[in-house]
Design a binder for this molecule. Sequence first.
Ligand code: ADP
Length: 363
Amino acid sequence: MRILAVDDDLKSLKLMEAIFAPQNYKLVTALNGESALALLRGGEVDLVLLDVMMPGLSGLDVLREIRRDRKLGATPVVLITGLEDRKDRLAGLLAGADDYVLKPFDREELLARIGAQVKLVTLRKRLVAELTRSNQDLERFALIAAHDLRAPLQNISGFAALLADDFAGKVGPEVEKHISVIIKSAERMRALIDALLAYSRFGLPGRPFSPVDCAEACDAAIFNLGAVIAAGAAAVKHGPLPVVSGDKDLLVQLFQNLIGNGVKYHGKNPPKVSVGAERRGGEWVFSVKDNGIGIPPEQHERIFDMFTRLHNWDEYPGTGIGLAACRRIVELHGGRIWAESDPGKGSVFYFSLPAGQEAALRG
Ligand code: ADP
């Protein structure tokens, strides 16, 4: 268990070292917020003991920075405050500190509070490991199942197509109808398997995030949807979009699913889809707006569940996996996704992504 103690007072750090030395903890120390963040970003720290009052970056600044960071965000932070610093203590707890200890230290109390956090860290590590393993098992299962289903499906659709060709005009309309049902069902199953395969691949260890120009990602999605957009005579445009930290392929997929739905679920009028983004506090909120059939309010949450479809295949083909995939991609990026819509009035799908240093909007 690695504990990072951050305090501008060397004496206080020495005292902590003396208190923790007999315990089974490895203590690393930093004399200011900047070097604390560098240490945190550079390696494995399980828990942070953070002085609130420091020159330069204050403890609260460091805490906020930790909570904003995708990788470090869940690291437990215990504040060190003076008895009289009630305001800072409260601000710290509201900003996401897990606990606090008072200065001057009461050795027993410090150890007890740190011990409680260590128990939580250990438990969380175990749960995360278990969850990761069972997710990987499930994903591997889905991947293998979907992969192995492809070959027999290929046979079904291949032979059904042969039957349709060989017996065209010879077997009567009834049999021809049955064969066409087989072909359509196989097509539908292939779409489902492909979507499932794509979905289960999201969970595989991905590339590290890098700056992604969302205008470029959105353009790529529009390009990929070229045939669908042309077939539906749809007008698709986007306004200025920011650069965010993420996985470009996944963000292209996200735009593609949302824009594709905007085009697909159109009413009588030709589809119009517009994509935009605006800065709200520490995040970017993206919107994908269409003029389509809309969604009843009671379905706004359900539609993000796997396999939920509000229409049958003949009306609007689909798998019910697209929005579940969108939610997964957004959550992998540390954001949220939701819809605002009413039947007949079009839909707006919103998703948020954390804003990084790259705050510029690109057209
Ligand atoms: P799919 O489109 O493959 O059915 P999705 O997960 O993308 O699956 O969407 C789930 C359901 O949500 C769709 O079946 C449809 O009923 C509804 N939906 C999604 N996007 C829209 C939209 N832009 N307008 C109206 N309904 C939508």
